[in-house]
Design a binder for this molecule. Sequence first.
Ligand code: G3D
Ligand code: MG
Length: 167
Amino acid sequence: MLTRKICMIGDFAVGKTSLVSRYVRHTFSEAYQTTIGVKIDSKIIRLPSGDDLKLVLWDIAGSNALSTVEQSYLKGASGYLLVSDATRCETLDHAIDLHRQAERQIGHVPFVLVLNKDDLHEQYELSTDTLKQLRSSGWHSVRSSALTGLGVEEAFQRLGEQLAIKA
Ligand code: G3D
Ligand code: MG
């Protein structure tokens, strides 16, 4: 079976670990512990072609506001989910910066921008202009909530399908 490594990238507390547990285990815990080191999960998805693709999901602990992505973490990754927290606009700026860092390290690979915590409507902070600009420069984005499950399958599925096109 085709297997691809994908990395979760984004600021501390944007919901990287929660998205993985919603996606892989269909659970959400308000008291989910901060990941220690790197956690690896996997999930098999069905591609439009009918083939299966195994996604190996790498989730790193990052406690810095703007943590740098480590080369050893990204090594061998075929793509990544770039996660921001829709209730904190600075996490989108940081995501853009982390994307640049990732590109410098592993070159152009597919990624999907995830605008998480979409359930917290009243606290929504992201700039529509910035999002429009990103979309017009070719970025794929998905609104998600690891709490309700909205958009979670879609985010991983979209990335998986982009990887399959590249494969
Ligand atoms: P990280 O892995 O990116 O550091 P976590 O982020 O998955 O640990 O999530 C950080 C906090 O945000 C957690 O709250 C988690 O429950 C919450 N969270 C994650 N995704 C969502 C979401 O989609 N909606 C809402 N409302 N909350 C979310 P705590 O309180 O445990 O720190
Ligand atoms: Mg985490």
